[in-house]
Design a protein around this ligand. Sequence first.
Ligand SMILES: Cc1ncc(COP(=O)(O)O)c(C=O)c1O
Length: 409
Amino acid sequence: MSERLALHGGEPVRTRPFTSGKKVGKDELKELVDVIDSGELFRWSGTKVGEFEKEFSALMGRRYAVASTSGTSAIHVAVGMVDPAPGDEIITAPITDIGSVIPIIYQTAIPVFADIDPETFNVDPADIEKRISPRTRAIMPVHLFGNPCDMDAIMEIGRRHGIPVIEDCSQAHLSEHNGRYVGTIGDIGTFSFQMSKHLTAGDGGVTITDGEEYGVRGMLFADKGWHRAQFGPRSYTLLGLNYRMNELTGAVLLAQTRRAREIVEARRKNGDLLTQLIQDAPHLRPQKVLPGCKTGYWNYGMVVAPNAPFTADEFAQAMGAEGIGCGAHYIGKPIFLCHDALREKKLFGGSSFPFDHPNARQVHYTEGICPTTEDVLNRMVNLTMSEFFSTDDIEDMAKAIHKVTRGLA
Ligand SMILES: Cc1ncc(COP(=O)(O)O)c(C=O)c1O
């Protein structure tokens, strides 16, 4: 006999609030005090942004780290590093934040979306390969919810076609793929430090690479193209923006970088425990983590089975009634359908640029071009995951999942 669901007037599994905590504290304060004491808020006159770049690149084992103001700017810096021409294409993922897509368009390139693998929710390498054209200038997989993409297959495709790979690790700080951190497998890796991310300064970003040409180009791109080593008349060597991180942000991220492993491991322990506790829950499947990979559970993604006796909305509503906040459908639709102006290809002053550039191929952003993505989003449900949750919190989440999947069946 299943217990009566809270949705139907039964006792909720959880009435107490979940364990929470502050993401910043005395470590960040100490670094911030240094900045205020020094009076230097600008990265080129202070030290914290430089120290952050040095420590983050050392943690990642990459030669170059370019700090910037957001995950979106970090991706723009990466796109600036590969330097597409108008009408060139960058293949990316259809389940992501619009911050993965905007920089491609601002750099006059065209986003092309590969469909996903229904189990990992990440771009399917075989579908990436199908969408490669003579204009493909980069491949940009997104490690969704911290779950590493199939990087062996993606790198093999990139290398075979001579196309660089940019990893969007905005949600995947210190996620691992066969013993390597994501962001260090492709040619370039990008990270967001927006408030919801594992490491945060409210907003911020960083782009990492081992390639000297990319590293130097990225630093210039984020600093208006200004070659500061050269004195005398100003020398702007490329078209760039001011994406410079300031010292206050750098100070916070320096402290966060030093705690990165601890933060990610705590969250991973919680997510892995939940996976273990719900493995036999019927009609529900957690996001599959590939063998040899470790996710960081930016959030906890699952899909309701195609023939389940309940929908994603019904599951989320029943979980909510049990006192466990649960979202349904994540971004709702493939990202290209979420942006009206992109769908209509009218982005700059009502023109169709760059889609009407003579070098551009015709692309369409319509329903049906990524069918697996649409199906998975229809069935997707997400739970919040946090490094602050206690074992007791995770056990209650699991209890509610078992109760709801039985009770709705
Ligand atoms: C996968 C992904 N890419 C890019 C971004 C953009 O990052 P930001 O919001 O820091 O600009 C985000 C942030 O939500 C993201 O989750």
